[in-house]
Design a protein around this ligand. Structure first.
Ligand code: DGL
Length: 290
């Protein structure tokens, strides 16, 4: 029997089925690993499945209707296979559309990832901030609403990059792109006007923190980069509680699952192992867009 967990609930063996929860972290590709790493730090005891819908990558190019159907369909299969206690949708492009569909369909907690506009507005000194995301995320009503609600007094520069998520995948697979290509995507983030320069860039795609060191090296001037992953990990703790001493899953079983596996390589396997995912599997789910 599954029990809904209240925010902040601590482990209570009378009502909770297992002290070792199964956490499913989901993204279109490898970007969600930036969230997985933070969740792993706070719940190192949990059983993990990291699922990359690489057959659907990149989500940034999909229409809202296709994306919603795709994610609900893939989630159906994953939940059937792994029976997670909680799912982290470690993808802004998906979260800004599909969270209500997922919550209506499956009776488990979903933690989403949406652009960190509120923290960015709190951090900026010049009032000029950039949200760097996929073209899908920058076009969302959800993103516009966040700006109206939390950053109405700021000058918000929305930058939708078509190529950065792919560049991040290449970086992790051991094929880094050239500085000039990266800079071309990054340059629109930096604005200088009468009010002052951009001083905060919110990373609104979970792939982008994989490139953070390179962004910092290439930035025309220093800015604060905001990665929402630690906040997502805090939300997981609110929902599942802290680890229960004396109970933990076997690290060797943590699994990275791909819906195509087409980009698998020795370098990627080794990067996944280094990040705490020694097992790799493919659950074939081609994206059929008619
Ligand atoms: N990692 C995903 C995000 O946070 C998006 C990448 C993509 O599939 O376009 O939005």
């Amino acid at each position: 029997m599954r029990v809904d967990l209240l925010a902040g609930a601590a482990y209570n063996p009378a009502v909770m089925p297992s002290p070792v929860p199964t956490i499913l972290v989901f993204d279109s590709g490898l970007g969600g690993l930036t969230v997985f790493s933070e969740v792993l730090k706070v719940r190192p005891d949990a059983r993990y499945v990291y699922a990359a819908d690489d057959a659907g990558f990149p989500y940034g190019r999909l229409s809202e209707a296709v994306l919603a159907e795709r994610v609900v369909g893939v989630m159906e299969r994953l939940i059937g296979l792994y029976d997670p206690d909680l799912v982290v949708v470690a993808c802004n492009t998906a979260s800004t559309i599909v969270l209500p569909h997922l919550r209506a369909r499956f009776p488990i907690p979903f933690v989403g990832t949406v652009p960190a506009i509120k923290p960015a507005a709190k951090t900026t000194q010049t009032g000029s901030l950039t949200v760097l995301a996929t073209p899908g995320t920058v076009a969302r009503d959800y993103t516009r609403d966040l700006i109206e609600t939390y950053a109405a007094g700021c000058r918000v520069n929305l930058v939708g990059s078509r190529r950065l998520a792919g560049f991040a995948e290449a970086e992790l697979a051991g094929n880094p792109v050239a500085d000039a290509e990266l800079l071309e995507e990054l340059r629109p983030c930096f604005v200088e006007d009468d009010g002052g320069r951009t001083d905060v860039v919110a990373l609104g795609c979970t792939h982008y923190p994989l490139l953070l060191a390179r962004f910092q090296a290439l930035a025309p001037w220093p800015v604060t980069w905001i990665d929402p992953a630690p906040a997502i990990a805090r939300r997981v703790i609110q929902l599942l509680g802290e680890p229960v001493p004396g109970h933990e899953a076997d690290d060797d079983e943590a699994l990275a699952l791909f819906t195509s596996g087409a980009g698998m390589s020795a370098a990627l396997r080794s990067a996944l192992r280094d990040k705490g995912l020694p097992q790799v599997a493919v659950e074939d789910m081609p994206l059929l867009v008619g």
